[in-house]
Design a protein around this ligand. Structure first.
Ligand code: ARG
Length: 271
């Protein structure tokens, strides 16, 4: 009988210890990226989060790999720095908390540097220029941004495209269809649930050229301001920020950034 008690006690204690370890471990996993440092504290690997639904900038290819112009840019700077970068497809809205809670070390996702976002995150130097572009059915009468005033407009939620459309139609306008991804926003337009879609030029343009059988056209408007993409890190993470900036500087100097993006970012910055 005594023996049985002792066994029971051991069993209960053992289970408790197991539970404690299991729970503790789980908590840490969420809070820490799997980036790595060498013994002397130098960064050797970073984990980058993205929303890989934004061809040609960041998307999943036929082999299931995260690829795109932004990925090429980060790979190029990582090569110059001699570090490894692992990419994770996090999604758009969850990307911001993922950077904030340290699940990823930085975000690369065509993220426009805005004053609003700079309050909560730190951004690298701008490395890519973009602007909003309107996509409408080929037979649409829309000629410019102001023509969208009485129409239903699809955007990707919480993007700069969403913001500009909110400014035109009102922040909570029921005419705005805010989809989880840009391809879904474009589908709303193709299906007739929206009259137009608004998003970053490269992605909107890519949709049109890769779907030649869909009768759509793009509309530019000077009203749209220039937007600059930056890599985004947790506020105050100067170690990662400085390293990424150093990498951007290196691929500016060796011409790789220009070769990948097709333009000289400095020309746009000087204006
Ligand atoms: N440049 C826009 C913004 O920052 C859209 C970026 C969307 N990126 C993406 N991978 N879905 O709001």
């Amino acid at each position: 009988m005594k023996r049985l008690h002792a066994y029971l006690l051991l069993f209960v204690l053992g289970s408790l210890a197991f539970l404690l370890v299991a729970c503790g471990g789980a908590e840490e996993e969420v809070a820490e990226s799997e980036g790595a440092e060498s013994e002397d504290g130098e960064i050797t690997k970073l984990v980058a989060g993205t929303d890989a639904t934004y061809a040609p900038m960041e998307y999943i290819d036929e082999d299931g790999e995260i690829v795109g112009i932004n990925i090429d840019i980060v790979d190029a700077l990582a090569e110059e720095l001699g570090i490894e970068v692992e990419y994770r497809n996090i999604g758009w809205e969850p990307l911001f908390p993922a950077v904030d809670n340290g699940e990823v070390d930085f975000a690369v996702s065509s993220i426009t540097i805005t004053e609003e976002r700079q309050k909560e995150f730190d951004f690298t130097d701008p490395y890519y220029v973009a602007n909003q572009l309107i996509l409408v059915p080929e037979d649409s009468n829309v000629e410019g941004f102001q023509d969208l005033k009485d129409l239903r407009v699809a955007v990707q939620i919480s993007t700069t495209g969403h913001e500009v459309v909110q400014k035109l139609l009102g922040e909570t306008s029921p005419q705005i269809l805010a989809a989880e991804t840009m391809p879904l926003a474009i589908s709303e337009m193709i299906n007739g649930n929206a009259d137009a879609a608004v998003g970053d030029n490269a992605t909107v343009h890519e949709y049109m050229v890769s779907n030649p059988d869909v009768a759509v056209k793009t509309i530019e408007d000077d009203e749209f301001e220039k937007e600059f993409y930056g890599l985004m890190v947790k506020k105050g993470n100067t170690k990662v920020l400085d390293l990424l900036n150093e990498g951007i500087q290196l691929i500016k100097e060796n011409g790789k950034l220009e070769a990948i993006s097709g333009f000289d970012i400095n020309e746009h910055l000087d204006e």
